[in-house]
Design a protein. Structure first.
Lengths: 400, 483
């Protein structure tokens, strides 16, 4: 593996809107809201930004395709602006572009932005579009919960797990995120929900119930990145640097070859292995201070604990039920409420995860501040367990 | 002389209790209660004349050699398209040879019997696959709604290994218009039943049948099986009585479990007759509509030997009793449900792409890698095996008849489907291929990892804007009603 980008790039400013049903704001307002916060945090002139990357997923909903929605929302005049789309991992993909530009020396200061305006669809849930003329001919288009519910079937079969035990572990995942979301003023859902209510909620896609599914939200998030040297020159003392940014996309093996057993997300494992190597992490369970993972559905978060090699294979159920990932547990996960409660404006989600890790590392997380975290992980997943994209980012305090 | 080599049948799984129909209409039409016996078959939203024909064709061809089929005839009065040869889709789905003569036969209740006569008397090489497939629709509250069903029956016609050989045929044509339906109309317009019976069946048809028996010098009492399909109750018995055919020779109309399936019905009843026939039995088949067709067969020694397949019995057994009358109306498009915004998705088919992938999509032909042997679907440029990944090494590999099992699944209550819930999952074929598929004809509580599956040809998606239906394959529980 090449040298990687560890410690080559620092995050100097971040912004994130309140997520939720933002009937008051279009994408052009949300982007400005997140950007202004990030710019004030960075303490640089807007004119210092050399290039920008923009992540959004569903261009058929309001935002539109190309980089123009970002360049016109922020009036980015005369600089290269690029739109990236990699399903629900689009936000992390935008950050990867900005970070790579700085690491390459092509830009001194770069912007990553992500936005999605999902509440202009007219109904709850994600719109389903064409997946290409060939796929349209044969691929069954289930709902997002339907796609991820497949994991539960595979996981149960592999670990010979009864439905009730898995349902209880899944419910704990959501229960914990609701507990955490209460302390986040920017979260979409800020309400404690009882285990009983979660377990009794109506089914959406067997075995996922209503509370096993994340919120569908509007929102935007931004990051401004530069080199550690320039950051120091700007008078920054505590620096958060990028330790790793890795990504893996399905090549068809999971759903066209016979090797995968349906119980895990291969892309997450691939991206995690590469990210740990890039960041120099050998014992993630011990070395990580916090994680923000892609809990689009409770089953996804549960399985992700194993795919990130934090739980033993088959051990996530026990870890979850033991409270290991709770706010007071050994490795807090979704301390900001996660996709479940912070919300999931697709293109913004990857950057929202980084936003929380960044705030926690700098000790600015208010009521939900963890005790002296030093390394945080973000995991941003797109598509389906059997055919998708996984991104893993690792961020930490700069030691040098 | 050509004869019948094999038969195949498909009856849609859903059978609506006629009582449910009568109950729904009791407020206005209490008289329908008199017909509230048994159940009628109806198509699910994803079944039509084409999918029915494909399934009947598969049932018929299982034992025979597909390569020998040189002519394909599809007979129906409810073809979905006015200009699109339905046989071309059926042929592709059955993976028949491409140097095939195909012809759609339509516009009369005797479309199938006339096509059968033509095929039997043909001097062409190879064999002919004839499929009658019909799903007639009826206005809510009409007698036809009670009488009609849906089914397809296939007959393979050839000159070797025949189970029934043709003795003779006789046809008459007359402008006897007992009912009609314009192409733009959905429902039939019927004249008085008593006139149809007396002037049509008992005079016109009976006269033709008697003439054929006389020509063949066969006494009516020698007829062991009398096939007369009619939506009208008791007609076959009345014609038999008039001709002197024994009452127990009258083949059951399948009214109690299927209903009258239009142009397909004479072939369906013929298949039922051959299930019971013994060598030497005379089988008289009638077709009625603007005149009539009469065909006389003699069962050969092979008829008993082919008892392996009892296609009608099997198709009748594969059933799901339905009591929701509105489900039938919704499936047929007679009732517009409020499916919500999720149903608004554009389903435009790229016809260029569909043609490029025609064998994959219509025939469910995947790929087998020449280099590493990996079976896969779809057939892309590079082999999916991570240890191979060779370019352009995939040879066509049919999957439609390969055994498979559920690897993962869910019962999706959120996804729009005209028949909720939407069941789908990863299907693992025994040969190594793996495909994400919709799972149909399954009761959600019976779904489980490892459940054996068989493949069925269905409509994948309907394009409500352009009225083009996209066909593909779905998976169904294998064991259901088998045997």
């Amino acid at each position: 593996m090449a040298g990687g980008i560890r410690d080559k790039v620092a995050i100097i400013g971040m912004g994130c809107t309140r997520f939720g049903e933002r009937w008051d704001a279009g994408s052009e307002h949300l982007l400005v809201e997140a950007f202004d916060e990030a710019l004030a945090d960075a303490g640089v002139e807007k004119a210092r930004i050399d290039a920008a990357w923009y992540g959004s997923c569903l261009d058929q909903v309001n935002v539109g395709n190309s980089a123009i929605p970002l360049s016109s929302a922020l009036r980015l005049d005369g600089i290269p602006v690029t739109r990236v789309e990699n399903l629900c991992a689009s936000g992390t993909e935008a950050l990867r572009g900005a970070v790579y530009a700085v690491a390459a020396g092509a830009a001194d200061v770069a912007l990553a932005a992500g936005c999605e305006k999902l509440k202009d669809t007219g109904y709850g849930g994600l719109p389903v579009g064409s997946k290409g003329t060939l796929n349209d001919l044969w691929m069954p288009y289930g709902s997002a919960p339907g796609n991820f519910a497949q994991l539960a079937a595979g996981y149960r079969a592999k670990h010979r797990l009864d439905r009730d035990t898995l349902k209880r572990a899944m419910a704990h995942v959501s229960w914990k995120s609701h507990q955490n979301g209460v302390n986040n003023p920017k979260a979409h859902l800020r309400k404690v929900v009882s285990m009983e209510a979660i377990l009794k909620a109506p089914l959406i896609a067997e075995p996922l119930g209503l509370f096993d599914c994340c919120g569908v939200s509007d929102g935007a998030a931004c990051a401004i990145v530069t080199t550690p040297d320039i950051a120091r020159g700007l008078g920054k003392s505590d620096l958060v640097t990028v330790k790793a940014l890795q990504l893996s996309a399905s090549s068809g093996v999971e759903f066209s070859f016979h090797s995968w057993d349906g119980s895990y997300v291969a892309n997450t494992r691939n991206a995690a292995r590469r990210a740990y190597q890039e960041a120099g992490i050998e014992h993630p369970r011990r070395q990580l201070s916090l994680m923000e993972v892609h809990d689009c559905f409770s089953i996804t978060e549960l399985v992700t604990m194993e795919d990130l090699f934090v739980s033993e294979e088959g051990g996530a159920v026990r870890d979850v039920l033991d409270g290991f990932f709770d706010a007071v547990g050994g490795l807090p996960c979704q301390i900001d409420g996660g996709l479940k409660c912070f919300g999931h404006p697709i293109g913004a989600s990857g950057l929202r995860m980084v936003y929380e890790v960044y705030q926690q590392l700098l000790g600015r997380a208010g009521e939900r501040q963890l005790r002296s975290p030093s390394v945080g992980l973000t995991h941003n997943l797109g598509g389906a367990p059997f055919n998708g994209v996984s991104a893993v980012g690792i961020f930490g305090l700069y030691a040098a | 002389m050509r004869g019948i080599v094999s038969t195949g049948v498909y009856i849609p799984r859903q059978r609506l209790e006629r009582r449910a129909i009568a109950d729904a209409h009791a407020w206005a039409l209490p008289g329908l209660r008199a017909q509230a016996k048994g159940a009628r078959a109806f198509c699910s939203w994803d079944e039509d004349v084409v999918t029915l024909a494909v399934e009947a064709g598969r049932d018929c061809l299982r034992a025979a050699h597909r390569a020998a089929v040189r002519q394909l005839r599809i007979a129906s009065t409810t073809f979905p398209y006015a200009d699109l040869q339905h046989g071309s889709i059926v042929a592709a789905a059955l993976d028949l040879r491409t140097d095939l003569e195909a012809l759609d036969c339509a516009n009369t209740q005797r479309a199938a019997t006339s096509a059968l006569i033509d095929a039997l008397q043909s001097g062409r090489p190879g064999s002919t696959l004839l499929v009658g497939s019909d799903a007639p629709q009826a206005r809510a509250g009409s007698d036809q709604e009670m009488q009609y069903g849906a089914a397809a029956a296939a007959v393979l016609i050839g000159s070797e290994q025949v189970q029934a050989r043709l003795l003779g045929t006789r046809s008459e044509t007359a402008p006897f218009i007992d009912h009609f339906r314009r192409r733009t109309d959905r429902y039939d317009y019927y004249w008085e039943e008593r006139w149809i019976r007396d002037e049509g069946y008992l005079k016109l048809l009976a006269g033709n049948l008697r003439a054929l028996l006389d020509e063949q010098e066969v006494a009516a009492t020698q007829v062991a099986h009398f096939v007369l399909a009619s939506p009208l109750d008791g007609i076959a018995g009345a014609v038999a009585r008039k001709l002197g055919i024994a009452a127990d020779a009258v083949v059951d109309s399948l009214a109690s479990d299927c209903g009258y399936s239009g142009a397909a019905h004479p072939l369906l009843m013929l298949a039922a007759a051959l299930e019971r026939a013994r060598p030497g039995d005379r089988v008289l088949v009638a077709g009625f509509g603007q005149g009539s067709d009469a065909l006389l067969f003699e069962a050969t020694e092979l008829v008993a030997g082919s008892s392996r397949c009892r296609p009608v019995a099997r198709a009748l057994a594969r059933r799901k009793t339905e009591t929701a009358y509105l489900r039938m109306l919704s499936c047929s498009g007679q009732l517009e449900y409020a499916w919500g915004m999720r149903s608004e998705k554009d389903a435009k088919t790229a016809l260029t792409q569909q043609y490029r992938a025609a064998d994959q999509m219509f025939g469910f032909v995947g790929g087998g890698c020449r280099q590493c042997g990996t079976a896969q679907f779809p057939r892309l440029g590079k082999c999916v095996n991570p240890a191979c990944q060779a370019s352009n090494t995939l040879d066509p590999l049919p999957l439609a008849d390969e055994p498979a099992r559920v690897l993962t699944f869910t019962v999706d209550l959120l996804q729009y489907t005209p028949s909720p819930p939407f069941n789908f999952g990863l299907v693992q074929f025994d040969n190594g291929a793996r495909v994400m598929m919709e799972i149909v004809d399954a009761d959600p509580e019976t779904l489980a990892v490892g459940l054996p599956l068989r493949m069925v040809f269905r409509i994948k998606e309907r394009d409500g804007l352009r009225h083009y239906d996209r066909y593909f394959w779905k998976a169904a529980p294998a064991a259901q009603g088998e045997g």
